[in-house]
Design a binder for this molecule. Structure first.
Ligand SMILES: *[C@@H]1O[C@H](CO)[C@@H](O)[C@H](O)[C@H]1NC(C)=O
Length: 337
């Protein structure tokens, strides 16, 4: 401790440094890399290397379809050692409760969102936790905000993991038009709305009024698999409140305006442990539940959608109740709103 700041020791094993670097890389992608690259490309326009920016712009325009056409999934990118280090940092553990037959397509419902979706990204977007070994024959595509596919560089990386943008067209491409079976989309159903409920020692999911996922499942005959990450909410100290404090009211207004909210959170730094953007090194257990098999229903009625939604909520609640003791959530009630 010096000046009340807790510093990291100077001699840290290389492996731990690599873990920190991998997680820092991911955080910086969200927080500032995209903007930095964008500014750099704009700057180049005023130099003799302006053609590099123009070439990239050409590529950017040419490539707009990729995020709604299954992404540009490259297995070697998903298998980079960096993602293994990323998973080891916390560590994140992927736990399967049952086999998933590869002769059908799936929608994985992933909960909760957390601040930066660390576990969902590493489990579903990479091989850092051995997804393909655990679920042979299943090809996962993480679904993420369209915004991610606007930023230079970041869009290329996301595409390489197989990630696609959040639109009906994009989901239908993977679940209906893509060849073969075993195609899966990973939907963070609560979305950015759930960021506001990222409060340590709670599990508050935004789900009651979300039915779009159930409709897409019926229309495409995709089976639903609930996924819960125990520990994702504990990775930062947040200044979020469940009650309608003034801060929360402002955040809610911003959410309505922007469809996302700047989260208020505090993690640790790279060289010290007292403050920063880095998440805490805390274990996250991602439990993949049993699938709900869904028959293809080209034009589902409202009541069919409601029925499937209720079934999903029940299965998700069971998954939570069956696993909460094992993963340190024994005293924490599941709240679905
Ligand atoms: C993933 O699989 C490899 C090879 O089988 C193994 O060495 C490694 O420990 C596994 N990683 C995890 C996180 O389970």
């Amino acid at each position: 401790m010096a000046l009340g700041i807790k510093f990291a020791p100077l001699f840290i094993p290389l492996r731990r440094r690599l873990q920190t670097a991998a997680v820092f890389y991911y955080c910086s992608n969200f927080l500032f890399s995209g903007t930095t690259v964008l500014i750099f490309l704009l700057y180049l326009l005023f130099t003799p290397y302006y053609y590099l920016s123009l070439i990239y712009l050409g590529w950017w325009i040419f490539d707009q379809e990729t995020p709604v056409r299954g992404g540009r999934r490259w297995h070697w990118f998903r298998r980079l050692p960096m993602w293994r280090w990323f998973a080891e940092y916390f560590p994140v553990k992927l736990i399967k409760t049952t086999d998933l037959p590869a002769d059908r397509n799936y929608i994985f419902g992933m909960h909760p969102h957390g601040i930066l979706c660390f576990s969902h990204f590493v489990n579903f977007g990479t091989e850092g936790t051995n997804f393909s070994q655990l679920f042979p024959g299943i090809t996962p595509h993480l679904i993420t905000l369209n915004f991610q596919f606007l930023m230079p560089l970041q869009r290329e990386q996301f595409s390489l993991t197989g990630a696609c943008s959040a639109s009906k067209e994009s989901l239908e491409f993977i679940l209906r038009h893509k060849k073969g079976t075993g195609n899966a989309v990973g939907l963070i159903i609560g979305g950015a709305r759930e960021v506001l409920d990222t409060i340590p020692n709670t599990m508050i999911l935004t789900l009651k009024k979300r039915r779009g996922y159930a409709k897409v499942a019926l229309e495409n005959g995709a089976s639903l698999v609930p996924v819960i990450s125990f520990g994702e909410n504990e990775l930062y100290q947040t200044m979020h409140h469940e009650e309608m404090t003034i801060g929360r009211k402002i955040q809610e207004k911003l959410y309505k305006l922007l469809t996302f909210t700047p989260p208020l959170f505090l993690g640790r730094g790279i060289f010290q442990y007292s403050f920063g953007i880095m998440p805490f090194r805390k274990e996250v257990f991602t439990v993949v539940g049993r699938p709900i098999f869904v028959e293809k229903t080209p034009h589902p009625t409202d009541s069919q959608v409601d029925e499937l939604h209720e079934k999903y909520l029940k299965e998700l609640t069971n998954l939570y109740e069956e696993n909460k003791m094992k993963y340190g959530y024994g005293d924490i009630p599941l709240k679905i709103k």
